[in-house]
Write a protein of this length. Structure first.
Length: 222
């Protein structure tokens, strides 16, 4: 890993170096199933991902950089290692997970220690459910954007998801379209809807919870 002058503060470099072993372990776990990149190339990719994510890391929040960045590093590795991840629809789903994660409010360290195992499991399920719903919506929207003759079924499904999202809160359908179809930032999406960012994030959370229930309900019926 080569340092770029002025790129990170000395404290950020210290945090990166502390988190490197876990980043390299993630790279090695992907390398075992990947034939188109060497372990060294994946190590370098994990390092680059870690250095990008440390810029948004708040060390006072009571968590380690490795835990904060783990999911993002894994997504970056998957994108690079597996051909299917470069498919536009799959790529849209992965990007949606990243955008959704920007809005997640993690409990502080004291609250985490006070959680029961049941509460930890429930929080993990909620986080995973939100990620799944965001990815599913973005993937479906990307498919629906193709020619109607090829993706008529996907367009009908996308329209159903938009209606379901809108039923959760006024403006929710438009918010998901801005975030996951137009790739707007949280700040830009909120401003365009006349909301503050936290209001927008709460609306997105409600919409994704409703979409998750819809998706799981379909699976139970099949």
């Amino acid at each position: 890993m080569r340092a770029q002058p002025g790129e990170l503060t000395s404290e950020q470099w210290r945090l990166v170096e502390e988190a490197l072993p876990e980043a390299h372990e993630l790279a090695r776990s992907v390398a075992r199933r990947c034939g188109n990149h060497t372990p060294g190339e994946l190590d370098a990719l994990a390092e680059d991902s870690l250095m990008r994510r440390v810029r948004n890391f708040d060390a006072t929040a009571g968590t380690k950089l490795a835990a904060f960045a783990r999911h993002g590093i894994r997504l970056d590795l998957v994108r690079a290692a597996f051909t299917r991840a470069t498919d536009p629809c799959t790529s849209a789903g992965l990007a949606a997970i990243d955008r959704h994660e920007e809005a997640i409010e993690h409990p502080d360290l004291g609250a985490r220690f006070a959680e029961t195992l049941g509460e930890k499991d429930a929080r993990a399920r909620a986080l995973g459910g939100g990620q799944m719903a965001a990815a599913y919506y973005a993937h479906t929207a990307a498919r629906a954007a193709r020619t109607p003759e090829e993706e008529l079924g996907a367009r009908e499904e996308w329209e159903e998801l938009r209606r379901e999202a809108e039923a959760s809160a006024d403006g929710a359908g438009k918010l998901l379209a801005l975030l996951y179809e137009e790739d707007a930032s949280w700040k830009d999406a909120a401003e365009r809807l006349g909301l503050d960012e936290r209001q927008a994030q709460r609306i997105e959370e409600r919409a994704l919870a409703r979409l998750r229930a819809l998706i799981l309900g379909r699976r139970r019926r099949t």
